[in-house]
Design a protein around this ligand. Structure first.
Ligand code: ATP
Ligand code: MG
Length: 353
């Protein structure tokens, strides 16, 4: 039976580093949490506390009805019934791929060989690999075997630390989908650590953003993306254009002109965020209506290009260039004049950030 994972005020210090600082989190039974945050923000440390590889200095970790770690009790890792795929995969080098995957499956499990073969197929590997040793397959293949091994044990809770990082884009997406489907089908509560914002937003029911050992914000992926509490969270979950503004009558007055907001009318200085998909560029002319800019650079990147704009005319303020991701098919050339308009409302950060 899978269960609710509950961390309450979990802290951990390594020497001078506060790796975890009063982390409180709740992951509903059978749901998926994705954790994102800069390198060194405490993501792996958090997983290690849950797995039982290390003890918190303070706080509690609970899974279902079981207290895994409290100031006075500690359940050892091998008794927690938790699957973990670590950042480096860590297969048993002396065992074959089949033996690695079957490691947690008792020898008398009915249909054991079939289950191993199915797991291998699910992570997109060919059956002839079963007899090989880990050093006879590639790094990305090892990562997928580690996933299959963790899934084979049907744990109550699955901890995944960058499990797809060595896979290329297409394979990454298909493996992720297959793993998400299997976790859902089996109702396994899951925590995924990833550096890929798109992966976090698409894989999880709940996303948490960490910095310096703290959870800055956690919630529904759409909510976090559209209504982040701070510029840091906004920028961490995707491209973000952060602008200083004065809010007046539901409009944000910014260097790009007046932009609708979904906020109250009080007049106050504020910071707003726009996502690049909210900004429309159309052919324009210098001296035209609204915000006009000249294309200063176009960096082609295949599906998307990075476009640098300099504001011109009455909007030229000597401020920083505006940098936007655009569809790679957009016919934008250096020197073109374009007009900028905004679709939908800008999000206003709560005061104090
Ligand atoms: N065993 C340890 N001894 C000393 N310091 C540690 C130890 N483990 C982690 N740290 C420190 O704690 C902080 C958090 O590390 P952690 O591995 O949790 O980061 P992370 O968010 O997983 O980073 P990355 O994205 O690079 O994997 C870092 O500053 C790290 O150097
Ligand atoms: Mg890590």
């Amino acid at each position: 039976m899978s269960g609710v994972l509950h961390l309450h005020m979990v802290s951990k210090r390594y020497g001078r580093v506060q790796a975890l600082d009063a982390v409180t989190l709740r992951v509903e039974a059978g749901s998926r949490l994705a954790i994102v945050g800069p390198s060194g923000s405490g993501k792996t440390t958090l997983l290690r506390m849950v797995a039982g590889f290390d003890t918190p200095d303070s706080g509690t970790v609970q899974l279902g009805e079981t207290c895994l770690a409290t100031p006075v009790s500690f359940v050892p890792a091998h008794l927690r019934d938790i699957g973990i795929v670590s950042q480096d995969g860590a297969l048993f080098p002396h065992l074959s791929i089949a033996q690695n995957i079957g490691f947690g499956l008792p020898k008398d499990t009915p249909g054991r060989d079939k289950e191993i073969a199915q797991l291998l197929e699910m992570v997109g590997l060919e059956q002839h690999m079963l007899a090989r040793k880990p050093d006879e397959i590639s790094g990305g293949q090892q990562q997928r075997v580690a996933l299959a091994r963790a899934l084979a044990r049907r744990p109550r809770l699955m901890l995944l630390d960058e499990p797809f990082s060595a896979l290329d884009t297409g394979l990454r997406a298909s493996t992720r989908r297959a793993v998400a489907d299997l976790l859902s089908a089996r109702g396994i509560t899951t925590v995924l650590v990833t550096h890929d914002q798109g992966e976090a937003l698409s894989f999880a029911d709940q996303v948490a953003v960490m910095r310096d050992g703290r959870i800055l914000q956690a919630g529904d992926p759409r909510d976090l993306y559209l209504r982040p509490d701070s510029p840091f969270v906004a920028a961490f979950l995707g491209d973000a254009m952060i602008l200083e503004a004065t809010i007046r009558d539901g409009q944000a007055q910014t260097r790009l002109g007046s932009i609708a907001t979904a906020t109250a009318t009080a007049q106050r200085p504020a910071t707003i965020v726009l996502r690049p998909e909210q900004i429309v560029l159309q052919p324009g002319q210098e001296g035209g209506e609204g915000c006009v800019a000249r294309i200063a650079a176009v960096e082609f990147g295949g599906a998307g290009s990075l476009v640098t704009l300099e504001l011109v005319g009455p909007f030229a303020d000597g401020g920083p260039a505006v940098v936007l991701h655009r569809n790679g098919l957009a016919d934008l050339r250096v020197g073109d004049i374009v007009s900028l308009s905004v679709v939908g409302a800008a999000h206003v950060f709560p005061a104090g950030d």
